[in-house]
Design a protein around this ligand. Structure first.
Ligand SMILES: Cc1cc2nc3c(=O)[nH]c(=O)nc-3n(C[C@H](O)[C@H](O)[C@H](O)COP(=O)(O)OP(=O)(O)OC[C@H]3O[C@@H](n4cnc5c(N)ncnc54)[C@H](O)[C@@H]3O)c2cc1C
Length: 614
């Protein structure tokens, strides 16, 4: 116990506390300083903000840019696009709010040194598609992080936030957060008048296609561990659209992106016999979802659906036809560079499997499901909208404040707003920060107070896995399996198996029903009981233990939401076999949940979808 008996408790005071220094967190930190010149702005990150989050490895394109200066698109166009892609269900007020500000964010990135590809004739940003612009983005994250570092009073790297702290006197008000330093083991108590959660999405809640040693290779970042959901859920915040997990069509085994291939290289897909296949499934899909199949662009989930059906019909694998485009040396270079700035692993996989896309059309596959709020999906917290644009029912306080007072969010954390991507997440961080600063200023002397009893109890709970391991390992007489504790990896594999088999993962062909979900919830409950016996050998494993706790809570939320929505709204993402069709009469609505941490009960309800843009 030597190391841990020396554990210090460190207290940090802040006005605005940003949890997670990814794209949204950097945006929130930067903007908090702009509006709150004299405020104490603290950013806490479990890794190091220079290379953390989903953009850590770099990106090749910024996927959300209107181009209003050249009249390329207007914010309303983006709302229509996102609404169509999500089969009618988005928070149009929040989406519009991001779209109207996102260009200004992108211009800042350029000012800070991010290299953009430009059309040599017009000088405009080089478009990859209607919304995407191309960048040399290997250093995207360090560039953005530098702006946040300069703006923050202090950035605390290597601190895993495990819980939010609630106000001593007002139970529905946030007062800070606690966590531990993953290198020193010190316990941190952050007091914050406003807290902005920007802790990214969730991978590894469903069993991935990658197995064994390759298990760390997933499409969404393997370190996206659902804290963005678990932290607000535990604090009693309402969540929305948690059933709306995303499945990606990607190059097989490396999860390499296909966007630039479709949009820029103009490659296309075919079945194993070299035939076009989407038209085979047109009538069947129309039966399920009506005229959504006729929309342009065809919603992402429906394109997955055609692939899944074609493979089930025995005509897989689906391949990307690269042989034609790669004959052009310029396009060949772009095809490879697309991976080198973002997913080097795909190039390595192709090399190791003797695939040269100039001579072989590579296989595509569909990924395991992920939960997130910033890509072509919109799971996350239910947030108050902008004062000038949100309908009354979507406004109960400050912009991007959740249903807990003083608790804000941005990026993957906030639900209902798909297609914000990296630039939109940073922008939403800025929007949340502006509102959070106003909230702090409006507090006056009514400041939240943390409870000593609460953080002392949490300290015990947080470090318990180290104790469990220390004590339990003494009972092992041979081998490595303890009768008393469960290792985080074993817990993770158990979670992934439950979600995969009962909640619509890859091995169930993304299909589930009421009996499966009911059993899934029972098994998740049993897993939750066993989490009290997690054993952590060291601080690294302690971090894994808390990441698992967060993943399990988020998974429970996903399962309850999936049970509640009695329709199949997004075929290709998941299927409710007992309700196989889209049902606009009963389910053209948002699903909302609230978790009560005292009773461990979930309450679900519907909320209306308002169409603000025609
Ligand atoms: C493979 C891939 C390709 C993509 N391609 C594109 C693209 O081409 N163009 C584009 O614009 N967007 C792209 N995106 C989307 C973009 O990366 C996300 O939309 C964006 O990063 C979301 O921002 P965020 O701040 O919500 O999450 P993140 O950027 O992931 O940041 C979350 C941060 O929170 C930290 N954190 C998590 N939990 C805790 C905790 N408990 N305590 C402390 N810190 C914590 C994480 O370490 C991380 O730094 C891609 C994403 C992926 C994964």
């Amino acid at each position: 116990m030597g190391l841990f008996s020396r554990r210090k408790t460190v207290f940090v005071d802040s006005d605005v506390l940003v949890v997670g220094g990814g794209m949204a967190g950097c945006g929130a930190t930067y903007e908090s300083r702009y509006w709150g010149r004299d405020l104490k702005v603290v950013c806490v990150e479990k890794a190091n903000i220079d290379r953390s989050g989903a953009v850590a490895q770099g990106l090749y394109a910024i996927n959300c840019y209107m181009g209003m200066q050249w009249d390329e698109n207007q914010p309303e166009d983006h709302v229509r696009y996102a609404r169509n892609d999500l089969m009618g269900l988005v928070r149009e007020d929040l989406g519009y709010d991001i779209a109207r500000h996102v260009d200004a964010t992108v211009h800042k990135f350029e000012e800070w040194g991010l290299p953009f590809m430009k059309d040599p004739e017009t000088g405009r940003y080089q478009r990859e598609g209607k919304w995407q612009i191309m960048i040399h983005g290997e250093s995207y994250k360090p560039i953005v992080a530098e702006a946040a570092r300069k703006a923050a009073t202090q950035v605390y790297n290597r601190i895993m936030v495990t819980h939010l702290l609630m106000d001593k006197t007002k139970p529905n008000r946030v007062a800070g957060a606690v966590g531990f330093n993953v290198r020193t083991g010190d316990f941190y108590v952050f007091r914050g008048k406003a807290v902005i959660v920007c802790a990214g999405g969730a991978s590894h809640i469903f069993k991935p296609r990658s197995t064994g040693e390759g298990m760390g290779r997933t499409w969404y970042a393997p370190w996206s561990s659902a804290s963005a959901y678990a932290l607000p859920i535990l604090a009693g915040a309402k969540m929305t659209q948690m059933e709306n997990r995303i499945v990606l069509t990607r190059f097989k085994d490396g999860y390499g992106p296909v966007g630039a291939y479709f949009l820029h290289l103009k490659t296309y897909t075919e079945n194993a016999y070299g035939n076009e296949y989407e038209s085979n499934w047109y009538e069947q899909t129309k039966e399920l979802v009506g005229d959504y199949i006729d929309r342009h662009p065809v919603p992402t989930c429906l394109r997955n659906h055609a692939i899944l059906e074609e493979v089930k019909a025995g005509r897989g694998p689906i391949r990307m036809v690269t042989k034609e485009a790669f004959q052009d040396p310029h396009l060949e270079t772009i095809g490879w560079e697309n991976f080198l700035g973002m997913t080097i692993g795909q190039a390595v996989v192709w090399a190791s499997q003797n695939i040269d896309p100039k001579h072989t059309n590579p296989e595509l596959t569909t990924s395991e499901p992920y939960v997130m709020g910033s890509h072509a999906t919109c799971s996350g917290a239910w947030a108050s909208g902008p004062e000038d644009y949100a309908p009354d029912e979507y406004q109960w306080g400050y912009n991007r404040m959740m249903t807990v007072e003083g608790l804000f969010g941005a990026g993957d954390t906030i639900g209902g707003t798909a297609h914000k991507f990296s630039s939109g997440s940073f922008t939403e961080g800025r929007i949340a920060a502006k509102a959070a600063v106003k909230y702090v200023n409006d507090l006056g002397r009514d400041e939240p107070q943390v409870s000593e009893q609460e953080y002392e109890e949490l300290e015990k709970i947080i470090f318990q896995p180290l104790e469990n391991y220390q004590v339990g390992s003494n009972e092992i007489v041979a081998g490595t399996v303890s009768p008393s504790y469960m290792l985080p990896l074993h817990g993770l594999q158990r979670l992934e198996k439950i979600m995969d088999e009962y909640v619509g993962g890859i091995s169930a062909h993304y299909t589930t029903n009421t009996p499966l979900l009911t059993r899934g919830i029972e098994l998740l409950d049993m897993l939750k009981e066993d989490l009290a016996h997690l054993g952590a050998e060291d601080l690294h494993q302690l971090q894994r233990a808390w990441e698992l706790q967060h993943r399990v809570l988020a998974s429970e939320s996903v399962t309850h939401h999936t049970m509640f929505r009695q329709e199949t709204r997004w075929p290709g993402y998941y299927y409710r076999a007992d309700h196989p069709k889209l049902d606009d009469t009963n389910w053209h609505c948002f699903t909302l949940s609230r978790y009560d941490r005292q009773s461990a009960e979930w309450e679900l309800e519907k909320a209306p979808v308002y169409h603000i843009v025609d």
